[in-house]
Write a protein that binds this ligand. Structure first.
Ligand code: CA
Length: 241
């Protein structure tokens, strides 16, 4: 899926994640937290269907459990590497060095040892996408007079730099990476604060109002930050009039 906005320098896309995991509970949890964070998720419950989906769906990143019912995860990885360069994060219950080394040798880009949190997972996905040079993952976004540079973590408004606190920047980048699209407060909590199950609406509101002030606008007279009542916020260039 893509969000297109007039006058925008590039088009961003949601990350498509393929999860290959036979444990139904973990599969559901991953699907939930990844979807909440704004990704598109497909789940395969064995290695064979995982390989099929990897070819058919062309995901941006694969999360691969090493213990699968039909094939060994390292075998899946070698077969996948024969047909695709998609970034693969291996998910393993075994944290012994040898398993991890074998997975990396078989072509994994990174690994996670169970259990792991949603925030760590999101960070690992961002990192492998960045290293893979996925278009748009690390590009400067320009919307009207607003310029957001995720690599340098710098923001300029009408040519002048703006100082943002860490969470303010993360929040702005989340909105800027999906220009024109409504981002829900739950997505903001999941992506910026690592709270995929909500519980911090007030925090989001406070940071949004700080961000607004730094962008030189108010809720009554918005320019870039458009409140979508009861849903969330979207970032768009100021209305031309
Ligand atoms: Ca398993």
């Amino acid at each position: 899926m893509e969000g297109r906005v007039r006058g925008l320098e590039y088009v961003t896309a949601m990350t498509r994640v393929l999860v290959i995991e036979d444990d139904a509970a973990i599969g559901r949890l991953l699907r939930h937290s990844l979807t909440e964070a704004g990704n598109t998720v497909a789940v395969a419950t064995d290695g064979t269907s995982g390989l099929t989906l990897a070819v058919q769906e062309q995901p941006d990143v694969v999360l691969l459990d090493l213990g699968l019912p039909d094939l060994d995860g390292r075998q899946v990885l070698r077969m996948l590497r024969a047909v695709s360069r998609v970034p693969v994060i291996v998910v393993t219950a075994q944290d012994d060095d040898r398993t991890v080394v074998e997975a990396l040798d078989a072509g994994a880009d990174d690994y996670l040892v169970k259990p792991f949190g949603g925030e760590q997972l999101a960070a690992r996905i961002r990192a492998v996408l960045r290293r893979a040079g996925t278009p748009g993952a690390d590009r400067v976004v320009r919307l009207g007079g607003l310029e957001v540079d995720p690599a340098a973590r710098q923001v300029r408004l009408d040519g002048s730099p703006i100082e943002l606190a860490r969470k303010e920047f993360d929040l702005l980048w989340l909105l800027a990476s999906r220009p024109g699209e409504v981002v829900t407060k739950r997505e903001m909590l999941a992506e910026v604060w690592g709270l995929p199950f909500g519980g911090g609406d007030r925090t989001v509101d406070v940071h949004l109002s700080w961000l607004r002030r730094k962008l030189g606008e108010t809720a009554a007279a918005p320019r870039y930050l458009r409140t979508v009542r009861g849903v969330g916020m979207r970032l768009a260039p100021p209305a031309e009039d």
